[in-house]
Design a protein around this ligand. Structure first.
Ligand code: F3S
Length: 389
């Protein structure tokens, strides 16, 4: 792999042991992927910071880097934790788990990461067209590729962390324009009309595109929440989460019919099949959940306007960044008055928010996919309007 003089100096350890280790790893992985060089990044987002997810090996890795005096060179954000920092006692964790989670946070903060604890870092720093990033968190990776035309592969948490330390990532995959050119063309026999349909569509297209960049014909304007649902879902079924969506994505100019290998039409029956794969309609919901990915202000405003009250508890999840803005707009008070509970910093997949065998009604295909597999929680998929909204 070609390295600049500066990159060679980092590799030789001139900028410290942590940077040397980070450069060595990124170069080795990049070489294995066939990358010809590195590319400078503007922002790294690290996933895998919940102690319940990464356990002692993850904690030791992060603390090891912090103890080597690692410092990040770019803007850095981090994914959700195993509890809300303002109400940890509600998340069924032990004192030891609590303390270890705090050690992870402190080590990341020492390296220079912003304590964001969210899967929606694009609300905190909006990427620009063509900008290179090293992000973990598949929903966010898909969202920024689709919506902003920013360039990041679906990186693992440790790789995103090491990239932050050297400010670079291997130049491969979606960093290259040639890999962003759509190879498979999708159209639907219906107009997407809610978050559940958008999520199911992402889930199906992720499967059918088989790692290729997709193009989605779409003649209506999508809401932000639909794109988030689509992006989160495609991240569950594809390693290449880029879909160029008409009326959404800035890179429609990359479409060239000469490169299209397959044309696929998705019908309502396909949505229904995917729905049945994910949900458990035989049980009755005990709780309603919105916020996978973390809700933005638009979605919180929509909930205030549409929620009429419900006979089951409703929990919504957001970042502390959006929460602070929602307090300023008086949205938190209005939601609480409707009996809605708002949690921050965490998510149901990396925490013990829901006990196994609980049935949760949600509008998130991604939550439905992982709650079933990782937390043994049953789900029913339903949109705002049908769920107390
Ligand atoms: Fe975010 Fe957790 Fe869903 S990290 S996208 S709320 S699985």
């Amino acid at each position: 792999m070609f390295l600049s003089k500066k990159e060679e100096r980092i590799l030789e350890g001139e900028e410290g042991e942590a940077a040397r280790l980070a450069m060595r790893t990124i170069v080795k992985v990049g070489e294995a992927l066939g990358a010809s060089r590195l590319v400078e990044i503007e922002h790294a987002h690290v996933s895998g910071v919940s102690y319940l997810n990464i356990g002692d090996p993850g904690l030791e890795f992060i603390e090891h880097l912090a103890n080597l005096d690692a410092r990040i060179r770019v803007f850095g954000t981090i994914n959700p934790l195993s509890f809300d920092l303002d109400s940890p006692h509600e998340f069924n964790i032990t004192v030891e788990e609590y303390e270890k989670q705090l050690r992870i946070i402190n080590a990341l903060k020492k390296m220079g990461f912003n304590p964001t604890f969210t899967c929606t870092p694009y609300y905190i720093r909006k990427p620009s067209l063509g900008e290179h990033l090293a992000w973990g968190e598949s929903s966010a990776v898909a969202y920024v590729n689709i919506v902003y035309g920013a360039r990041t592969n679906k990186e693992g948490g440790p790789i995103a962390l090491l990239s932050a330390i050297i400010g670079r990532i291997y130049y491969s995959g979606l960093h290259l324009t040639e890999n962003r050119i759509p190879r498979v063309y999708f159209k639907t026999t219906f107009n997407t009309s809610n978050t559940v349909e958008a999520g199911l569509l992402g889930y199906i297209i992720g499967k059918l595109s088989k790692g290729r960049t997709a193009y989605l014909e779409n003649n209506i304007q999508w809401k932000e929440s639909w794109v988030k649902a689509y992006a989160a879902a495609i991240g569950t079924t594809s390693d290449n989460p880029l879909t160029i969506i008409e009326n959404v994505s800035p890179e429609t100019n990359l479409f060239n019919k000469e490169y299209i290998e397959d044309k696929i039409t998705i019908t309502r029956e396909d949505l229904e099949e995917a729905y049945n794969e994910l949900v458990d309609n035989s049980s009755q919901e005990q709780v309603v959940f919105f916020g996978c990915p973390h809700l933005g202000l638009e979605e919180l405003r929509e909930l205030v306007l549409t929620t009429k009250g419900y006979d089951k508890p409703i929990i919504v999840s957001t970042s502390r960044y959006i929460y602070a803005k929602a307090v300023e707009e008086n949205l938190v008070k209005k939601l609480e008055e409707k009996g809605i509970k708002i949690i921050k910093d965490t998510c149901p997949i990396v925490s013990r928010l829901f006990k196994p065998n609980t049935t949760v009604k949600t509008n998130s295909t991604k939550a439905s996919f992982y709650l079933k597999r990782l937390r043994k929680v049953k789900t029913i998929l339903s949109d705002y309007g049908e769920t107390g909204g």
